[in-house]
Design a protein around this ligand. Structure first.
Ligand code: NAD
Ligand code: ZN
Length: 357
């Protein structure tokens, strides 16, 4: 059970009593209206659970958006703004985002911009949203197929992490979120890594799962608290992501379904080989990490001739300039250097060796 204060206006509750604590929080507030944003799945699977836990939430309006990343776009934002307006949403209303990262990114964005900003609360229902997307105040939508181009940095009043929602999540979506969990351990906490490798991730007990969620929520929150605007430390959360995002974009373009977390795991393994080559990370440690992650995640397949396309995706990533690419690399399990300059050649070689391994 966690209760973290990110700043004077934003807190995170995590654990089995988080919704009961949200219920008590709501009682102290005087919102003019309450709106709940869901997608079709969270409407069906999570809303009944949510309402069952909240005795103080009696009057509300439901806004439903269609499922999936392809709907994290401006036309849907516009429909949601219009719905808020039609339902007489004023500046003293609250928007509750009940869903995965798509719902919290979209909901955070429309709440931050509607009437120049209304309060919002994130209730994440996927593991990825619990340990990552719902925390940290990044809200946004995609533009022209490019992810998160339009958005705000604005913290929710509250994030409530209630692990029971995970019961209806598919195994693949669960492992998608576990990629961020492994990342948290690798960048920040070697003891946490040792706990993770001793667990059977596919058969976690309720208690093990609650502890994992709490630990990752704490790691991400602590990083965000110290560096909300990503000037330094927060960049460590990009570990595995520069290469991972490029792989994700490459496979998307080629019509192959690769989830974000699946691409990030391969990004981690490829970036580790760069760290080893540069003498930053020990070879043995990189091999241990690979052995553990391969228990759950399969290698991805691209052709040698695809490597320059993959590197081009990295160069278009907003976090890089044209000649070199900055990576967040680990120097040991639990310790990450947020900015290591790498050449295109070093990355090319790592992407090539990945195919030969
Ligand atoms: P998602 O919201 O699309 O959820 C994945 C799928 O699970 C969807 O089909 C959803 O309807 C379904 N679902 C959600 N909760 C469920 C439940 N409890 N039971 C059954 N089904 C459920 O995707 P996601 O992986 O949660 O989030 C990905 C999004 O998060 C991306 O758009 C990404 O850009 C964003 N993101 C944002 C940040 C940030 O800091 N803002 C960080 C990481 C990711
Ligand atoms: Zn990620």
């Amino acid at each position: 059970m966690l209760n973290i204060k990110l700043n004077s206006k934003s807190s995170i509750y995590s654990g089995p009593t988080s919704l009961a604590r949200f219920d008590a929080w709501l009682l102290k507030k005087n919102y003019s209206k309450i709106f709940i944003l869901v997608d079709e799945n969270t409407h069906q699977h999570c809303l009944p659970v949510f309402l069952n836990e909240l005795s103080n939430l009696k009057h509300f309006e439901i806004l439903e958006m269609p499922i999936g990343e392809e709907n994290k776009i401006l036309s849907i934002s516009e429909q949601l703004w219009i719905s808020l307006s039609d339902l007489n949403c004023d500046r003293n209303a609250l928007l509750i985002n009940l869903g995965g990262g798509v719902v919290s990114d979209m909901g955070g964005f429309i709440a931050s911009t509607y009437k120049r900003g209304i309060d919002f609360v994130n209730i994440p229902t996927t593991l990825l949203a619990m340990v990552d997307a719902s925390i940290g105040g990044k809200n946004g939508i995609d533009l022209n197929g490019i992810k998160n181009v339009v958005g705000t940095i604005n913290l929710p009043q509250l994030v409530c992490v209630f692990p029971d929602f995970l019961k209806t999540l598919s195994k693949r979506e669960f492992m998608n979120g576990m990629a961020e969990v492994f990342k948290h351990a690798l960048i920040a906490d070697s003891a946490y890594w040792n706990i993770l490798v001793k667990c059977n991730i596919e058969k976690l007990s309720t208690e093990e799962l609650a502890n994992i969620v709490d630990t990752s929520v704490a790691i991400k929150s602590l990083i965000v608290k110290q560096d909300l605007n990503e000037t330094g430390l927060r960049k460590t959360l990009n570990y595995g992501h520069t290469v991972g995002h490029a792989l994700e974009a490459f496979f998307l373009q080629n019509g192959k379904s690769v989830l974000h977390g699946e691409a990030v795991i391969e990004g981690i393994l490829i970036e580790n080989t760069i760290a080893v080559k540069k003498g930053i990370l020990g070879k043995k440690e990189a091999e241990t990490i690979k052995k553990e992650l391969r228990k759950y995640y399969n290698a991805l397949n691209y052709k040698l001739s695809d490597i320059s396309t993959i590197i081009n995706f990295m160069l278009h990533d907003k976090k890089n300039n044209s000649s070199s690419i900055n990576l967040a690399l680990i120097s040991a399990i639990g310790s990450c250097n947020e900015k290591v300059e790498c050449t295109k050649e070093e990355i090319h070689e790592a992407l090539q060796n990945y195919l030969l391994a």
